[in-house]
Design a protein around this ligand. Structure first.
Ligand code: ATP
Ligand code: MG
Length: 198
């Protein structure tokens, strides 16, 4: 029965810190694709960023929980953090597929910059089999389907939020505000834990 199928969005990211660009993208895609929920999945040690220091996973996890707590359709998953080692999207999708069962349909949400790199992903065929991909617009990056098969990826225009975690970290480092770029609770968590200060 169609009604039994749950439509689950997956938003993977380093979330160092989570910001309103992530939240708007997830909210917009959830509305457009009629998703029952969106699961935010903070990475373990991100393989693309192996040469940069990344904030401890528990801090990134807690900021993600704080930022999503008020939305009943937003969830946070620890699968990538608890697996340990570098995060590969194929493992994320396999774990969530196992957790949500065969009656869930997975939609992996990714910004234009990350979609650009998708062809280099580990086990790409399996990845495309496990989820439908939704590429969202992001200021500064061109959104294209990368010649992936049309039935595996959708492109979606979301309200432009010229916000990046890199910029948020640099702002905190310079003593500049991140109010309204990240949720209030995240501003306060950053200050409490003294994250991103030089
Ligand atoms: P960093 O600058 O550290 O790379 P980031 O802002 O790119 O951080 P990530 O955690 O790397 O954030 O991104 C997670 C996902 O969210 C990626 O798919 C990314 O493309 C997407 N994303 C991030 N910021 C935006 C934004 N402002 N608009 C749309 N999508 C975004
Ligand atoms: Mg990024």
């Amino acid at each position: 029965m169609e009604e039994d199928i749950r439509r689950i969005g997956i938003m993977g990211g380093t979330f160092d810190p989570i910001h309103h660009g992530h939240l708007v993208a997830a909210s917009e895609v959830a509305d457009r694709f009629g998703l029952d929920e969106v699961v935010f999945v903070p990475t373990g040690q991100p393989w693309q960023k192996a040469d940069e220091p990344v904030t401890p996973a528990e801090d990134r996890y807690l900021m993600t929980v704080i930022a999503t707590a008020s939305n009943p359709r937003f969830q946070v998953s620890r699968v990538d953090i608890d697996r340990g080692g570098p995060t590969y999207t194929v493992d994320t999708l396999r774990d969530l597929h196992a957790e949500y069962g065969p009656k869930a349909q997975l939609f992996f949400i990714t910004g234009a910059d990350a979609l650009e790199r998708i062809l280099s992903w580990k086990d790409l065929d399996d990845v495309l089999e496990l989820a439908h991909f939704i590429g969202v617009t992001r200021p500064g990056f061109e959104l294209s389907d990368q010649h992936l098969p049309a039935d595996t990826v959708s492109l979606v225009q979301v309200p432009a939020m010229a916000i990046s975690s890199t910029d948020c970290r640099a702002r905190v480092g310079r003593g500049e505000p991140v109010w309204y770029l990240v949720p209030d609770g995240v501003v306060q968590y950053i200050a409490k834990r003294r994250l991103y200060q030089r």
